[in-house]
Design a binder for this molecule. Structure first.
Ligand code: ZN
Ligand code: ZN
Length: 575
């Protein structure tokens, strides 16, 4: 029996009408998702000029018989939804049928497909069937789209440059490959291979195939489970952040989604580990009970609406934050072993004829089968006793213990110590206050004064004594004792500015964190400052007690490690 049924008119209306094909990537998306629905395990996308000249999608899924092949191009045909009720439990990627008809109406389409040993060839142009004949038997389907928008020149104008069209297609295929590590994808443009994944069903290997060795060897595995959600995936260590946010991949029930709440949760988890404007590489699979997902959002939109999204964000936030705390190691000093020293147990990767050009140079030494946590010898930093050796350039501290040599950035390390101290004081219910002999007064503009007064209770809760002097003037008569002597005035001025500058939508937690960062920076020893031996001892002692000794609160590294073995290698004492 024919697998494709014609939908009722009513249901067709429920589906947001007229899927707009506006770029080559939207055609690639429809064809590739069709292939996935046909059960393909191998999907090849070949483009000419970024798809503007030609789009060819070949899959090894179950093909179609002649009847289905013709029906596929008629409006409202779909093989996936039979009853209107099904619409509320859609777990497939979207609706097709309609899209194929739209594509065929504005281009020339050739389809070769085969089902049960009988091959079919269909040729359409502008929606009209030019030919339909028997063809050689093959596995799966092959769609070829040319002459895109030949009959709608206005639309043709909207196609972007070859580079933009191609980039959109690459991004789409890469995201899809990460959501389906079980499917082998390839993408070529003008016969040049751009993306290739092996369909190994191993997410880390897929990450490697998309991002290369530097990223895949710096990922942490995450897993978490709550009543409503299950999340698992990989997150990048903060040492390999990217300049744009396109690499945070969230996949809900197998579907790639872009959701600002989820992205924000991910970013905030990295908060103290990274600089502003840098984003992590993250691939998270989220399993949700489908009844929590609102399917009324049109499936071509990648956003998602979900009940309990806040619970999910919270789970993601905590899981990532924990993983970063637990797995962050003292970064190893950059040490490049000689190429022939690297042993690989992943030789088949060399065997791929078409590795990305930049990967050709790299020696690949990844083992994707051992769980990551087994590979890393987690250094228990707490309880370590580091002895200072000396100060270099009045900025860095050299230290040692029995096994390793360490280099610290004195400002970053001190800032981390102060940041954790201040955050702990914030949480403390017992507040110790130092009174100021001479109150510090600030004359503000009328609007700043009102903003400040509306938020002053937050500061009072921390132990600041504030008085209203009237005429837009405020006075500080006391401050919590942890504020460093001699720097009170400068610190309090910074805090006043921060209170006034904070968002209209005052977020207390964010404000406190910003304040802790700014004040700890102010309070910390700077570069180009002499440190005595005792001061260095104190600093090292305090740093090893920190929850995260590895970074300053802005994400810069605070300590690097050279093991004795690495030193011996460098000086060729050992081979
Ligand atoms: Zn600083
Ligand atoms: Zn810093």
């Amino acid at each position: 029996m024919s697998k494709i049924k014609v939908m009722s008119e009513n249901m067709a209306n429920m589906i947001a009408a007229g899927e707009v094909i506006e770029k080559c990537a939207s055609i690639v998306k429809e064809l590739v998702e069709n292939a996935i629905d046909a059960g393909a395990t191998n999907i090849k996308v070949n483009l000419n000029d970024g798809g503007i000249k030609l789009i060819n999608v070949i899959d090894n899924g179950i093909g179609m018989d002649k009847e289905d092949a013709l029906l596929a191009f008629s409006r409202h045909a779909t093989s996936k939804i039979y009853k209107e009720d099904d619409l509320f439990f859609i777990e497939t990627l979207g609706f097709r049928g309609e899209a194929l008809a739209s594509i065929a109406s504005v281009a020339e389409v050739k389809l070769e497909t085969c089902n049960n040993d009988i091959g079919t060839f269909v040729h359409l142009k502008g929606g009209e069937v030019l030919a339909c004949s028997a063809a050689d038997a093959r596995i799966g389907s092959s769609f070829t789209i040319t002459n895109l928008f030949y009959n709608t020149p206005a639309r043709l104008k909207y196609l972007k440059s070859e580079t933009t069209e191609l980039n959109n297609c690459i991004q789409f295929i890469e995201r899809l490959a990460l959501s389906r590590p079980d499917i082998a994808f390839s993408l070529t443009n003008n016969d040049k291979l751009i993306v290739k994944t092996s369909g190994s069903n191993n997410l880390l290997k897929t990450i490697h195939e998309i991002y290369g060795l530097n990223v895949s060897s710096n990922m942490l595995e995450i897993k978490a489970l709550s009543d409503d959600f299950e999340i698992k995936g990989y997150i990048a260590k903060p040492s390999i952040l990217k300049k744009n946010r396109n690499h945070m991949h969230t996949i809900v029930n197998g579907r790639i989604v872009r959701n600002s709440d989820l992205n924000r949760a991910i970013n905030e988890a990295y908060n103290t580990y990274k600089h502003e404007g840098f984003y992590p590489v993250v691939v998270i699979n989220i399993l949700v009970d489908p009844t929590l997902v609102d399917v009324n959002i049109h499936p071509t939109k990648q956003d998602i609406k979900m009940s309990k999204i806040n619970d999910l964000c919270d789970l993601i936030y905590r899981t990532i934050k924990d993983a970063l705390y637990q797995n962050l190691l003292i970064p190893n000093a950059i040490y490049e072993p000689e190429k022939n020293e690297i042993k690989t147990n992943f030789e088949e990767l060399y065997a791929l004829e078409d590795v990305k050009p930049e990967e050709n140079k790299e020696q690949i030494s990844l083992d994707f089968d051992t769980p990551i946590e087994k590979k890393e010898k987690n250094i228990e930093f707490k309880g370590l006793k580091l002895e200072p050796v000396g100060q270099v350039h009045r900025t860095y501290i050299i230290a040692e213990d029995a096994e390793n040599m360490y280099i610290l950035d004195q400002h970053a390390a001190h800032e981390r110590i102060n940041y954790e101290m201040i955050t702990k004081k914030f949480a403390d219910t017992k507040v110790m206050v130092t009174d100021l002999l001479i109150p510090l007064t600030f004359e503000l503009s009328a609007s700043d004064y009102r903003t400040f007064m509306s938020r002053k209770d937050v500061l009072e809760g921390l132990g600041f004594k504030i008085e209203d002097y009237g005429l837009n003037t405020i006075a500080f008569k006391g401050h919590p004792t942890w504020l460093k002597d001699g720097l009170q005035e400068e610190s309090i001025k910074t805090i006043v500015d921060l209170v006034i500058a904070s968002d209209k939508k005052f977020d207390k937690a964010k404000f406190l964190d910003n304040m802790a960062k700014m004040v700890s920076c102010k309070m910390s020893v700077k570069a180009n400052e002499d440190l005595s031996f005792t001061e260095m001892e104190h600093l090292l002692n305090d740093l090893v007690k920190c929850d995260n000794p590895y970074n300053c609160c802005h994400g810069r590294p605070s300590i690097m490690k050279y093991s004795t073995y690495e030193l011996e290698k460098m000086f060729r004492r050992v081979m």
